[in-house]
Design a protein around this ligand. Structure first.
Ligand SMILES: Nc1ncnc2c1ncn2[C@@H]1O[C@H](COP(=O)(O)OP(=O)(O)OP(=O)(O)O)[C@@H](O)[C@H]1O
Ligand SMILES: [Mg+2]
Length: 799
């Protein structure tokens, strides 16, 4: 019986080392260690095994102690199988967070985590059958480093010199693969994979893409290069990762290839199935932006359900669309928070990671052919991040094309990417298979000197940081020549020099080859290819459906506003104060009538002032959401506009009724049913017209500060021109009163109250009131039309 146990493992591997096969102890051949290099092997005479490894220069000691029975070292695989099954059963009977052994139908499939536990817990572990298939420990070439490390637990001390693996062994090394592990609880693979119908395959190619922006300075404008000649491609079934330090241009590149930037300072070619961008691609592209743009007052489920109902085609029923939303919730592990509000800066809602997953869900729900994600894993723990990337992998496997930017992926995550683009200050440092990136940089003389996550290594390089990285001889020469600018304090080449070297190396060695590869036509027939071009935009649902969904969404989003006690208190308290001040005023004498006219003017001003200032926030506040949703052709602008402006009406009409109920009877205005309702109607008209003005100002300026300034000037002008303060207005400015909704409302209120009392009040002649009604109705529609046209003008990505 073998009593092998791991005494001490110090490994800073960028993946978990799995020492599965105990039978490797019986061989003089050393077990393979993932991306590491075995330096020595002390064997059975000591009844222990000490492996010393150099993993990118970092010393690693693995001590495997065997019992006295050395026969265990050479035990058969069948024994191991029995033992592994027993161990699996033991784990099954003792479920704990650490040792949950996920056993599949056959009882032999173990999660990566559980199998690792089993190595430590069971000395006789054979791992899922103990076959060679279980050897997840792989090797890779790395720089040879002498090492010396003592095992504290065994009191052994060794000193070795570098050990280099034979070239043939290096060449047959394979990147780490999860294929051997059928299930992985950490990655959430135990859940059913996201099922989606096949979509049009899209081959994305971009050649020599450059992007400049004009930076406005105090004295002169400067042109800044954001991207410099980036070339790359990604095919259906692949995940392309864009990596680079902060500010290197990842988001810019993603926006560019996602059709979200349409500025004149873009050069190079970007093609989708060998054709340029067309608007109809909008509905085939999913784009998860770096900033989370969601409605804070909707729950997770509501957010995804509305997205599904708006985005998915009419060929699916409402139930099917809602089911898709539930599938996505389940797939993204959002079940627990599906009824929680999203939240925002002022309202506590779901966690940051959950919000990010909702953003991802919002885009994958449409089953896009081409999926772009800007840092989908930022702020997530490594397990959830892995889960997201695993899902991207699954999506790609279903024939979609996936491009994602990523910050600091863990090593397990890194290996899930098919292709990689490494950017440094807007330049291309590497484009190619992710699995070949390390080899490429080693080839140009940059290899890690200590064990490190490849992503960390690549980011160090892109930052020009050569600490713990071997310095290419070419660069060393430059530093030694004594170029002061090229050297940093510690004798390493400066970041700028490293960057220059990496850019040159890529251009000289790889760029041309990659560009030539892009010239090869894509393997699709012409008909399929041309489907990325279509004459008409494709909407998920009909206009009326879009309107009704947006109306109900808007209603839900602002339901908290409707019952805002603050607003109700504000209106009611104003009404009570007015009622007390004008308590049972008498309109039968001239003085009392003039007093009452003052109250009517105040009502016209009050209900002209508030709607303007609430409406100006509408579009500037929703701008990000509107831009994002319109960039994917989620709905027509007209449907949104109408839904947005009508879904607010209920509240806007409830409050004035409350207000007038209090004021009208406290102030003792004309007691007749007709007059009361006509007063309410007049105030309604005033509110809706004033709202129109607010919407128009907000939509035109799209900037709250500027909008409030303009609105306050306009409202003040309209109030002054309202006919109460000044009677004899100079002729050249008197026209202004016709633009004032205060003036028209005031005139109508006077007519309703004193039609039968006097032909003119306070110098204002009481006539049929038709002109005023027409003027107010014209304002209701005119201002809204202006707002709509301003929104149309607003740029949305790719439009
Ligand atoms: N419109 C713009 N005007 C001015 N500078 C810009 C503009 N767009 C991008 N930049 C600059 O271009 C650089 C790259 O920006 P980008 O957002 O693409 O970086 P990134 O790699 O996504 O960074 P991060 O990882 O922090 O998100 C930054 O220095 C940024 O300031
Ligand atoms: Mg970014």
């Amino acid at each position: 019986m073998c009593h092998t146990s791991i005494q001490y493992i110090y490994c800073d591997l960028y993946s978990v080392v799995h020492l599965y096969s105990v039978d490797c102890l019986s061989h003089s051949k050393l077990p393979e260690i993932l991306h590491g290099k075995l330096l020595n092997f002390i064997c059975p005479s000591l009844h222990c095994l000490l492996l010393k490894l150099s993993l990118f220069g970092k010393n690693v000691v693995v001590i495997m102690e065997s019992g006295n029975d050395s026969s265990g070292l050479a035990r058969t695989k069948s024994e191991q199988l029995v033992e592994s099954a027993a161990a699996a059963a033991a784990l099954k009977s003792q479920p704990s967070i650490d040792s949950i052994g996920k056993v599949d139908g056959g009882g032999t499939s173990l999660t990566r985590k559980s199998s690792w536990r089993m190595v430590a817990a069971s000395p006789s572990r054979g791992g899922g059958g103990g076959s060679s298939r279980n050897t997840h420990i792989r090797k890779t070439s790395s720089s040879s480093v002498a090492l010396s490390r003592a095992s504290s637990s065994m009191d052994f001390s060794f000193s070795f010199t570098g050990f280099t693996l034979p070239a043939d062994e290096i060449s047959d090394s394979k990147p780490f693969s999860d294929e051997d592990i059928p299930e992985d609880i950490e990655a959430g693979n135990h859940k059913p994979k996201f099922q989606a119908e096949p979509t049009l395959p899209i081959y994305l190619k971009f050649t020599d893409v450059s992007y400049k922006v004009m930076i406005k300075g105090m004295t002169k404008n400067e042109e800044k290069d954001i991207l410099k000649g980036i070339t790359g491609a990604v095919n259906p079934g692949e995940v392309l990762a864009l990596m680079g330090p902060s500010g290197s241009g990842k988001t810019s590149l993603l926006n560019l290839i996602g059709g979200r930037l349409s500025q004149p300072r873009i050069s190079g070619s970007i093609t989708y199935n060998d054709l340029p961008y067309s608007k109809c691609l909008k509905s085939k592209i999913g784009f998860v932006t770096q900033d989370d743009i969601l409605s804070p007052h909707l729950t997770v489920k509501e957010t995804l359900t509305y997205a599904a109902r708006l985005k998915l085609p009419n060929t699916l029923t409402r139930e099917q669309k809602e089911k898709r939303a539930l599938d996505v919730i389940y797939e993204l592990g959002l079940e627990r928070c599906q009824d929680t509000m999203i939240g925002g800066s002022f309202i506590r809602g779901v966690s940051g990671g959950e919000r990010k997953r909702v953003c991802v869900g919002n885009e994958i729900i449409i089953n896009p052919s081409l999926l772009f994600l800007d840092e989908p894993t930022s702020g997530l723990d490594s397990t959830t991040a892995l889960k997201i990337v695993q899902m991207l992998h699954d999506i790609a496997e279903a024939g979609k094309t996936v491009v994602t930017t990523i910050h600091q992926p863990s090593s397990r995550l890194f290996h899930k990417f098919d292709k990689l683009i490494l950017l440094g200050k807007g330049s291309l440092l590497y484009f190619g298979k992710a699995s070949e990136a390390m080899d490429y940089f080693q080839h140009i003389g940059c290899s890690p000197l200590i064990a490190m996550n490849p992503a960390e290594f690549l980011l160090d390089l892109a930052n020009g940081n050569l600490n713990d990285v071997s310095v290419p001889s070419e660069l060393e020469d430059k530093v030694q020549i004594g170029n002061a600018q090229a050297e940093t304090r510690n004798g390493k080449p400066s970041p700028a020099l490293v960057q220059e070297y990496l850019v040159e190396s890529y251009e000289n060695r790889v760029a041309e080859i990659e560009k030539k590869k892009l010239l090869v036509p894509i393997p699709l027939d012409e008909e399929l290819k041309s489907k990325v071009h279509c004459p008409k935009r494709q909407w998920g649902t009909s206009w009326s459906e879009q309107y009704s969904i947006l109306f109900s969404r808007g209603f839900k989003e602002r339901r908290h506003d409707y019952f805002s006690w603050l607003r109700i208190t504000q209106v009611l308290s104003t009404a009570i104060i007015l009622g007390l001040l004008w308590w049972q005023s008498d309109a039968n004498n001239m003085k009392g009538l003039q007093d009452q006219a003052g109250l009517l003017f105040f009502i016209a001003v009050f209900w002209g002032f508030f709607p303007v200032f609430t409406a100006i926030f509408t579009f500037p506040q929703e701008r990000a959401m509107l831009t994002k949703e319109r960039a994917t052709d989620m709905y027509r602008l007209s449907a949104y506009f109408l839904a947005r402006t009508t879904s607010d009406l209920p509240l806007d009409l409830v409050l004035p009724v409350l207000f007038l109920l209090v004021v009208y009877f406290m102030a003792g205005l004309r007691l007749s049913v007709g007059s009361f309702f006509l007063t309410i109607l007049t105030v309604f008209l005033c509110i809706v017209a004033a709202q129109g003005l607010g919407l128009a100002i907000g939509a035109t300026l799209m900037d709250l500060k500027r909008a409030t300034t303009l609105a306050s000037v306009t409202v003040m002008t309209f109030m002054l021109a309202g006919g109460f303060f000044v009677k004899r207005v100079p002729i050249f400015i008197s026209w202004i009163r016709y633009l004032s909704f205060n003036y028209h409302t005031y005139k109508l209120l006077l007519k309703v109250q004193y039609e039968q009392v006097a032909p003119s009040i306070n110098g204002i002649r009481i006539d049929s009131g038709l002109t005023e009604v027409v003027a107010l109705i014209a304002m209701v529609f005119g201002y809204r039309l202006l707002a709509y046209l301003s929104l149309r003008r607003m740029k949305v990505g790719g439009a």
